[in-house]
Design a protein around this ligand. Structure first.
Ligand SMILES: C[S@@+](CC[C@H](N)C(=O)[O-])C[C@H]1O[C@@H](n2cnc3c(N)ncnc32)[C@H](O)[C@@H]1O
Length: 202
């Protein structure tokens, strides 16, 4: 099944899954961790794969100057409408913004679905002027069970793999969520080239 079709079909009840007690506890802890690691005060933020928009308000509450949500699923964006007016449909592998358009770029729960994420990381580093936050599901026992029952492939990763794939683009800081299910990568984008540096200092 294609990823977009999968999320289009689940959008209506996607958020309800997280109200189940055990899942809710794990999820809330992860959300708290992700938000606490997001240095967004005074910054413009692009949330790639924003889904139903869970993080859009949280980043505004932390002082982000602008928060734009992007997703390729029309139905997930339909759910996000209740939380934000700044939404657009777009593919994370072909982000419809110019280089260095946002101070901070987030990509939460998206890399899970792709075997090859290099093109995704390249796009994220292209549109981010500075900070990023990305999550990857950890190769844990619960992760393996989840991947087994999931209707679409889920790619679980070890910390060393994440380091290898991200380090060409980002100065890495990898934290493991207390749930033991997710790695959170925060970073500054590596210096791109002199043109990008010039644009930044203008
Ligand atoms: C697991 S949900 C996470 C949603 C949100 N970031 C959150 O943490 O609540 C993954 C989202 O990524 C979106 N997505 C997956 N691949 C994408 C792509 N290539 N371009 C844009 N959105 C994508 C899906 O449509 C879905 O809404």
């Amino acid at each position: 099944m294609r990823i977009r079709t999968f999320f289009d079909g689940r959008a209506k009840y996607y958020e309800k899954i997280f109200s189940l007690p055990m899942i809710k506890r794990l999820e809330q802890a992860e959300v708290r961790k992700i938000v606490s690691l997001s240095e967004v005060a005074g910054k413009s933020v692009l949330d790639i794969g924003c889904g139903c928009g869970k993080f859009l308000k949280l980043w505004r509450d932390r002082g982000a100057s602008t928060v734009v949500g992007m997703d390729f699923s029309k139905s997930m964006l339909g759910q996000a409408k209740q939380k934000s007016n700044f939404l657009l449909m777009g593919d994370a592998f072909k982000i419809p913004f110019k280089d260095n358009s946002f101070d901070f770029v987030a990509c939460i729960g998206v890399a899970n679905y792709y075997r090859n994420v290099e093109a995704l990381l390249k796009e994220i580093s292209r549109v981010s002027r500075n900070g990023i936050i990305i999550t990857f599901p950890k190769n844990s026992l619960i992760g393996k069970i989840y991947a087994r029952v999931s209707k679409i492939p889920i790619f679980l990763r070890e910390e060393w793999e994440i380091k290898n794939i991200c380090s060409p683009y980002f100065e890495l800081l990898i934290k493991e969520c207390a749930s033991g299910l997710t790695f959170v990568v925060t970073s500054e984008v590596r210096e791109k080239d002199s043109t990008a540096r010039l644009q930044r200092s203008e």
